[in-house]
Design a protein around this ligand. Structure first.
Ligand code: NAI
Length: 342
């Protein structure tokens, strides 16, 4: 079977691409936690336009009622509801098939993703406790940074509640793939809608490792080009943080990338075959770390299969070896936050 990398999402706008198809639509409730934020609002709009969602439950600690009222006027069939504050979180989550989490603070200039740990670790832990209680069967997609640590926090939290299913916990790294596809297709003059660059590892600095040698369609890079392109993809988030000059980090491209991930996940849940995305999941692909981003096959229960890395060239092998200590430490920091609280 042909691999459909990135579900059906190509560079074509999501709505036009999906509306050309008429797939069967099962009742699917999507809960979005942090829905009033910079990512939350455009992501809510894209989910309101999604053909495979039937209900969109928006949650935030403030300002979400207005977002829902606004969105509910779009004449697409997705039913929109709003929930504010922890006392309404249970109702938001009840019956959800997919929970997407962009709640938390973003970077300001000069910050690394790890600098967000102190604030965001507790936010993710509390939200995941509610997910574990109210919809333990749902697929969970975590956008909140530092993803390398928040996903392990979620895993440990769910484990402590006895409801952890590694197939249903996904760290969203799809923005790295979206960026790599855009930059590589532009530099190499490839058709953007057909370009696919797998990105493995994690979602912070050097842990973001594009596999340029596995670019589809095949293309070649000199050593200097390879180094420059890898760094451009790794630093792309920081470029946006600096350009926004204190007003946040990537929100629109992140919403686009998360909508792609959500759509692929819903397609998988609906039984569509051959839906692949790169994502940060529990993995034994690299022996040194318990979580790793690589291509995964999505299916009726979330992650159906974690794929291998394929063949890495010498540059990629060296980059992988040198970033593993950072990735390992960031994963451990997340695990420790739950297992040995400070
Ligand atoms: P934002 O500050 O604009 O929005 C965050 C929202 O979360 C706000 O509406 C806030 O009220 C809400 N929130 C805070 N605490 C909450 C809680 N306990 N429960 C529910 N909602 C809560 O931030 P933005 O730009 O939307 O970024 C959100 C997160 O996404 C950040 O951690 C950022 O670093 C991360 N991010 C991740 C990317 C990725 O590739 N995985 C890319 C870009 C950002």
């Amino acid at each position: 079977a042909t691999q459909r990398v990135g579900g059906r999402v190509s560079a074509a706008p999501i709505v036009s691409r999906v509306s050309r198809r008429s797939l069967r639509c099962e009742a699917r409730k999507v809960a979005l936690l942090g829905a009033a934020g910079g990512i939350g609002q455009p992501l809510a709009l894209l989910l309101k336009m999604n053909k495979f969602a039937t209900e969109l439950a928006l949650y935030d600690i403030a300002n979400v009622v207005g977002v829902a009222a606004d969105l509910s006027h779009c004449n697409t069939p997705v039913e929109v509801t709003a929930y504010t504050g922890p006392e309404e979180l249970g109702a938001c989550l009840k019956g959800a098939d997919l929970v997407v989490i962009p709640a938390g603070v973003p970077r300001k200039p000069g910050m690394t993703r790890d600098d967000l740990f102190n604030t965001n670790a507790g936010i993710v832990q509390a939200l995941i406790q509610a997910v574990g209680k109210h919809c333990p069967q749902a697929v969970i997609e975590i956008i909140t940074n530092p993803v390398n640590s928040t996903v392990p926090i979620a895993a440990e939290t769910l484990k402590s509640m006895g409801v952890y299913d590694p197939k249903k916990l996904i760290g969203v790294t799809s923005l790295d793939i979206v960026r790599a596809n855009t930059f590589v297709s532009k530099e190499k003059g490839l058709d953007m809608k057909d370009t696919d660059v797998p990105v493995i590892g994690g979602h912070a600095g050097a842990t973001i490792l594009p596999l340029l040698s596995q670019t589809t369609p095949p293309t070649s890079f000199t050593d200097a080009e390879k180094k420059a392109m890898t760094e451009k993809i790794q630093n792309a988030g920081t470029v946006v943080v600096e350009a926004k000059a204190g007003k946040g980090s990537a929100t629109l491209s992140m919403a686009y990338a998360a909508a792609r991930m959500a759509e692929s996940t819903l397609l998988g849940l609906n039984g569509e075959p051959n839906i692949y995305e790169c994502a940060f999941v529990q993995s034994d692909v690299v022996a040194e770390v318990p979580f790793f981003a690589s291509k995964v096959l999505l299916g009726p229960h979330g992650v159906a299969k974690v794929m291998g890395l394929g063949e890495l060239d010498a540059f990629e092998q060296a980059a992988l070896a040198s970033m593993l200590p950072q990735l390992k430490a960031e994963i451990q920091k997340g695990l420790d936050f739950v297992k040995n609280p400070p």
